[in-house]
Design a protein around this ligand. Structure first.
Ligand SMILES: CC(C)(COP(=O)(O)OP(=O)(O)OC[C@H]1O[C@@H](n2cnc3c(N)ncnc32)[C@H](O)[C@@H]1OP(=O)(O)O)[C@@H](O)C(=O)NCCC(=O)NCCS
Length: 451
């Protein structure tokens, strides 16, 4: 249930949804799916463009109309009416939860917010001078160690007779019942009961990200608050302050709209690793690594650095002309699938207006972003299908909420882990190891000669 005291934000979203509907009504809807028998004929371009790898009912991206759907629901409707917890449930289980199911799901998330052992291990690494995405990836590996028996040297541990503890020792996090190891077995994913590692990842990655942000600012991680929603608790653990209703809602919307997006690079990376029957922690670690790149999730941070550079230069049109002359890609613009406005950018642009209104600095960056958008759309919009994507405005929103720039991509991961885990789980039900081909352009039959 969406909080009633955030009606102004609901109004903004409804207006954006209506604008999107009007502006794209004339666009034809492409082939929307339906089962075909393998083998499927497809025209494939470099970077697997056009390749089809599996069936899914988790979500759909309509790139020509600019419509994003999760489990049949338009992302605008979810942003207006849903919460991250409910949306994550929808992605994982394929349907919206009943009240009882949502309560049980929330309970799991609350339990797995406690990752003290992981945080203790994390703090023995130099988190302050490691990139937050690097620390997040490491943290997920540490979470794997906590849940899994694979990496525990049991014999060595048995030799240690005494463990020094005192009253202030942080208790070990709960080890999920009935989950002895983290290696996925095909049978495990067939029933809905054995999903502890998925809850652990969705919940724990928020705690990890918040802790990384705090450590990098010279603060100790803080305990989660079980009374708060996922979004509110995430902000609380990051800033140490309980967020306002509006801040909570904006973070919630952001987590909802970043949660899944078809066969994007990081989802595919997670699925490729899982398809070898490696485990879900390694799989999600690969997703994090793929998301880090500036052509993918890393773009949200790059957008802000770019806007700050333009602000120093002082002239958007001039900066853009120079960038074009150097054939530079404009961060936060363009998309492999969308050849029109990304619906998530349509949501975040007016939210950026809303959050930036009280800060002259944020307002200035937002003004630059809008001018840049105008220049890019004017020159490359119709010609090349280049429009703002999700990353173009998300950074301004986070900045206005007081979040450090280098935490933007980890926040993306905190949301996308719902889509990663849902899709990995779905794929494993009929798993086949991924193995595309490359066209060999080298030589054959060369004579071996020592150089
Ligand atoms: C997202 C992205 C990687 C998609 O890549 P893609 O489908 O492989 O598209 P290509 O890189 O092949 O680009 C196709 C054409 O559009 C142009 N183009 C694509 N994105 C562009 C951008 N952001 N700015 C300027 N031109 C762009 C390319 O230069 C290329 O032009 P050409 O045909 O004259 O060579 C790409 O648009 C990009 O790099 N965007 C910036 C990074 C970003 O915001 N990433 C977040 C995505 S959610």
């Amino acid at each position: 249930m969406v909080r009633k005291d955030t009606r102004e934000i609901t109004k903004i979203l409804k207006k954006a949804a209506e604008k999107a509907r009007k502006e794209t009504a004339h666009e034809p809807s492409p082939h929307l799916g339906g089962k075909e028998d393998w083998p499927i004929e497809a025209t494939i371009g470099p970077g697997l463009e056009g390749a089809i790898s599996c069936y899914t009912s988790i979500g759909h991206v309509n790139g020509s109309k600019g419509v994003l759907t999760y489990g049949g629901y338009n992302v605008f409707d979810l942003a207006i009416n849903s919460t991250f917890e409910e949306t994550a449930y929808l992605l994982i289980f394929g349907k919206l939860p009943t009240e009882k199911q949502l309560t049980a799901f929330n309970k799991k998330l609350v339990t797995y917010r406690h990752i003290p052992k992981t945080l203790r291990l994390l703090q023995s690494f130099p988190v302050e001078d490691t990139s937050p995405m690097g620390s997040l990836r490491l943290g997920v590996n540490l979470m794997r160690r906590v849940l899994s028996n694979i990496e525990k040297d049991v014999k060595k541990r048995e030799k240690i007779k005494t463990v020094n503890t005192d009253e202030d020792s942080i208790p070990d996090e709960t080890t999920p019942v009935g989950h002895e190891h983290a290696v996925y077995e095909v049978e495990d994913v067939k029933d809905n009961e054995n999903l502890e590692d998925i809850y652990h990842l969705i919940s724990g990655m928020a705690t990890l990200t918040a802790a990384i942000s705090r450590i990098r600012n010279g603060n100790l991680p803080i305990e989660p608050d079980p009374e708060l929603s996922h979004a509110a608790n995430f902000l609380y653990m990051m800033t140490g302050k309980r967020p306002s209703a509006e801040e909570e809602r904006i973070m919630d919307i952001s987590l909802i709209i970043h949660a899944d997006h078809g066969m994007n690079a990081s989802t595919f990376a997670s699925m490729v690793v899982a398809s070898t029957l490696s485990d879900i922690y390694f799989s999600i670690g690969s997703g994090i690594a793929a998301l880090n790149g500036p052509l993918h999730g890393g773009a949200n941070e790059q957008v802000l650095y770019m806007l700050e550079k333009i602000a120093k230069k002082g002239n958007v049109a001039e900066w853009y002309e120079e960038a074009r002359a150097q054939k530079k890609k404009i961060m936060g613009m363009g998309h492999r699938v969308y050849k029109t406005y990304d619906p998530r950018a349509r949501i975040l642009a007016p939210i950026a207006d809303f959050v930036a209104k009280n800060s002259p600095e944020d307002k200035k960056l937002l003004k630059i972003a809008k001018q840049l958008e105008e220049e890019v759309v004017k020159t490359l919009g119709k010609k090349k299908g280049i429009f703002p994507n999700v990353d173009f405005y998300s950074g301004i929103v986070y900045r206005a909420m007081g979040i450090d720039t280098d935490m933007f991509t980890p926040i993306f991961a905190v949301s996308r882990v719902a889509g990663w885990t849902a899709r990995v789980r779905e794929y494993l039900k009929t798993n086949r190891i991924f193995r595309p081909r490359a066209i060999y352009t080298g030589e054959f039959e060369k004579e071996y000669k020592q150089k």
